[in-house]
Structures are given as structure tokens and as C-alpha cells.
Design a binder for this molecule. Structure first.
Ligand code: TRP
Length: 336
């Protein structure tokens, strides 16, 4: 809880590669309405992104583009604190302290670490293993009550809770123990080519993924090529018809229609009609976002100022938390 009695929300996305429709529908889209009720911090988590090798110039570009995208998706810099993780040094500093109360065994067990270690065999660096502790640090620095995260981040959030409780037990009550904020619509968008896998920006098959930057012809082409099944009926049934259900989910989220209404709409029509309608609905969502993102990126001064003010606001909170933590663990306060 904040001094103004509002609950605190924190979330972030890594500025790596292109943002997918899955990132948007599963995460960023749901951030905007939270601003009305909560004190929200939305972070571009660049420190996390270097756990996998990045091209520096691209990382810089991706960071600005993602910040502009947040705004284009309705995150208001007046209502929320929008900032870049590396601008607030306390994230890395708190991580160090939290590292000393996190066990290697706990990190070794993390599914995402195991996956990434398998994918990047030549670069299993300490940061990759430490990634969840940095995420815990992001969350705990701001006394966060609620963390909107997808299913794939639940294990990391659970660890953040464990770390918070452990610190509180060892050094007396300090951190808020955060809760996950589960998206009511439960949107996990799957690959268009393999409905058993999440739509992922690192997918090698580019037909599997819709990027937020895709133009309308590309969106239509990818959806046209999306896998379905050997039946013809448009029906939501994740177990038996995962690919068609995924298309229905995308259609429903982009058109604003319920799944049930969508099923009715496509009675007697084939998968082709569903794909076409989905392409239209997706494009209607993406085009205004793309235009707004470009407009913001063209005004570099504005964007830089948003990030400057966001970092100042974030740091003033982070500074207080870190000072408290340093005091609790027994560090002598620096005299200024
Ligand atoms: N690990 C998250 C992801 O890959 C990104 C992230 C970093 C995050 N720090 C966070 C999400 C803090 C929520 C809160 O999706």
C-alpha cells in the first residue's frame, strides 16, 4: 500500500527483439485499466535483457521503442510511473542483498532458467541464473502489492514471495509480500504454427508469431497460414482443437466479442472465414497503436522527458526501501 492508500502494481517487459501480439494481449493491454485504481509502475527491464547476448545499438533502440509502445498502448505517464530499469541503480543494489538470502538450489530449479540454459548452451551466465532475484528486487523495491504476470512468470513471482518472507523473518518486517494479478481473460496466446507452444518472440518460424509492428498484409498472411485441424467446425475446445481455440481467443480479444458470440458468428463457416475476420480484428487493434508509437518516437524530447521523470519518481521510492534494507542488515549509514 502506498501513502495515498492505493495498492501498488509493478510490471515489466524486456526490450528484446520485437514485441508480439501475445505480449500485448497477455500483458500490456491489461495494464492500462489498472492505472485508474492502483499506483502503477511500468518498467522497461533492460537489465534483465542482457542475460542473453544483445547487440548494444539494438538494445538502445528496442528500449526506446518499448517505452513508446507502453504509451501508445494507453499507459499514461501522468497516471503511472514509466521508467527504464537501468536508470534506477537500486534494482541491482537490492538484488545483491537478496542474493545472499536466496539458495542456489532454488534458482537451479527454475523452469525458465533450465529452458534458457538449454537454448543458450554457450552462454549459461550467472545473470541468467540470477534473473529471478533481479525480478524479485524489481517487485520488492516498490512495496508492490500486485504483479500482473502471465502463467510463465508465476514461478518467479512465487520466489519473490519466498524471498520477501525470508527477509522479513530474518530482519523484521520490511517487504510487502506481493500477490500475482491473474488476468481475468486468462489470455495466453499460442504459436500460430504449434498451438502447444507459447507465441514467443524468439520463435525461429516467423509465421508462428504476429509482431506488433507487422503491417496488415503480413498479419493477414500469417493468419492465413496458421495451422488448424482436420475438422471444419469453429468451436472453442482447447483440449481437442487447440489451434482453432487460439484463433478464437485472438479474435475475441481483438474484436471485443465474447468467445461464445464468436462461435455463433462462425457457425456454418469454415476456418478461412475465421482467419480473415481475425486478421481484420488484429489489424484494427494494431494500426492505431503503430501510428501512435511512431508519433511518440518522432518526438524524442518528449519521450526522454517521460523517462527522466519516471526514473526520478521510481528512484525516490527505491532509495527509501534500499536505505531501510541496508539499515536492517547492519550496514553503517553513509553520512551525506
Ligand atoms: N521476467 C518478466 C518476463 O519475462 C519480466 C519482468 C522483469 C517482470 N521484472 C519484472 C515482470 C517484475 C513483472 C514484475 O515476462
Amino acid at each position: 500500500m502506498n501513502s495515498n492508500g492505493k495498492k501498488v502494481v509493478f510490471s515489466g517487459v524486456q526490450p528484446t527483439g520485437k514485441i508480439t501480439l501475445g505480449n500485448y494481449l497477455g500483458a500490456i493491454k491489461n495494464w492500462q485499466p489498472l492505472q485508474e485504481e492502483y499506483d502503477c509502475l511500468y518498467c522497461v527491464v533492460d537489465l534483465h535483457s542482457i542475460t542473453v547476448a544483445q547487440v548494444p545499438a539494438e538494445l538502445r533502440k528496442n528500449t526506446m521503442e518499448l517505452a513508446a509502445l507502453y504509451i501508445a498502448c494507453g499507459i499514461s505517464p501522468d497516471k503511472s510511473t514509466l521508467f527504464v530499469q537501468s536508470h534506477v541503480p537500486q534494482h541491482a543494489e537490492l538484488q545483491w542483498v537478496l542474493d545472499t538470502i536466496t539458495y542456489v538450489g532454488e534458482l537451479n530449479r527454475m523452469t525458465q532458467y533450465k529452458d534458457k540454459a538449454r537454448k543458450h548452451k554457450d552462454n549459461i551466465n550467472m545473470g541468467l541464473m540470477n534473473y529471478p532475484v533481479l525480478m524479485a528486487s524489481d517487485i520488492l523495491l516498490y512495496m508492490t502489492d500486485l504483479v500482473p504476470v502471465g502463467k510463465d512468470q508465476k514461478q518467479h513471482l512465487e520466489l519473490a514471495r519466498t524471498i520477501a518472507q525470508r527477509f522479513n523473518n530474518r530482519y523484521s518486517d520490511t517487504f510487502v509480500v506481493p500477490e500475482g494479478l491473474v488476468n481475468k481473460h486468462g489470455a495466453k496466446i499460442m504459436s500460430l504454427q504449434d498451438p502447444s507452444a507459447k507465441m514467443s518472440k524468439s520463435d525461429e518460424n516467423e509465421n508462428a508469431v504476429i509482431y506488433l509492428t507487422d503491417d496488415s498484409a503480413t498479419v493477414a498472411r500469417k493468419l492465413k497460414r496458421a495451422v488448424t485441424d482436420s475438422e471444419t467446425e469453429v468451436r472453442y475446445d482447447v483440449k481437442n482443437k487447440p489451434a482453432v481455440s487460439n484463433l478464437l481467443t485472438i479474435y475475441s480479444l481483438c474484436s471485443g466479442q465474447s468467445i461464445a458470440a464468436a462461435e455463433k458468428q462462425f457457425v456454418g463457416m469454415g476456418y478461412g472465414a475465421l482467419k480473415e475476420a481475425t486478421a481484420q480484428a488484429v489489424n484494427q487493434v494494431l494500426q492505431p497503436i503503430q501510428a501512435e508509437q511512431q508519433r511518440i518516437l518522432a518526438d524524442k524530447g518528449y519521450l526522454e522527458n517521460v523517462l527522466k521523470e519516471g526514473a526520478q519518481r521510481a528512484e525516490s521510492i527505491a532509495y527509501k526501501t534500499l536505505s531501510k534494507v541496508y539499515r536492517k542488515v547492519g550496514f553503517v549509514p553513509r553520512i551525506r
